[in-house]
Ligand binder design. Structure first.
Ligand SMILES: CC(C)(COP(=O)(O)OP(=O)(O)OC[C@H]1O[C@@H](n2cnc3c(N)ncnc32)[C@H](O)[C@@H]1OP(=O)(O)O)[C@@H](O)C(=O)NCCC(=O)NCCS
Length: 158
């Protein structure tokens, strides 16, 4: 890997899902209480994400390598807001590629897509002990809004 590496964001298709499984498992190490753990469950979750909003499912690539992904669902009706929002169901960056702005780039892409689809709010639910992710979302302008069991709802007007 050279000093100058370009991260490209592209739409996901079904053939990417197999590669996501390992990144997902690595990313959720220590946070399994918030994640699916069997290969079968993880794969069916990814298929569900693709079905929900295919155009909002993005991967981050460095060369040919997938280093992260984000699933943003603009058909989601927020139970709390009572309107369609850009719901960030999932964001993952491979542990080895963190801290260099890839997550930020993915969220910005999700926000841009949500705006294009006419949404005015982005929403997500994050595990209450997932301090890194909460800090990450705060830095991107999301605010903690509600708690439901072990999940915290965070929102951002877009
Ligand atoms: C959360 C996650 C996606 C962040 O990805 P990332 O590529 O490392 O994030 P970025 O490098 O784009 O960080 C953007 C900003 O978020 C903040 N941030 C990121 N990681 C942080 C951390 N560990 N602690 C505090 N702040 C953090 C920083 O302010 C950073 O800005 P900076 O680059 O100016 O320092 C990644 O850590 C991850 O995959 N976590 C495991 C899966 C997960 O918890 N997903 C969320 C489920 S709801």
């Amino acid at each position: 890997m050279g000093a100058v590496e370009t991260v490209e964001i592209a739409n996901v298709d079904a053939s990417d899902l197999q590669e996501f499984v390992e990144i997902y498992r690595l990313a959720y190490k220590g946070l399994e209480e918030y994640a699916y753990t069997t290969t079968r469950d993880i794969k069916s979750y990814f298929r569900w994400l693709l079905k929900r909003d295919r155009n909002g499912f993005f991967k981050a690539m460095i060369g040919e390598r997938i280093v992260g992904f984000l699933a943003c669902d603009t058909r989601w009706i927020s139970h709390v807001e009572g309107v369609e929002v850009g719901e960030i169901h999932e964001i993952i960056v491979h542990p080895r590629f963190r801290g260099r702005g890839i997550g930020k780039k993915l969220v910005e892409k999700g926000i841009e897509y949500s705006k294009q689809q006419g949404r005015q709010i982005c929403e997500l639910w994050v595990g209450d002990r997932n301090e890194k992710a909460k800090e990450f979302y705060r830095s991107l302008g999301f605010k903690e809004a509600d708690k439901w069991g072990k999940w915290i709802r965070m929102v951002r007007k877009i």
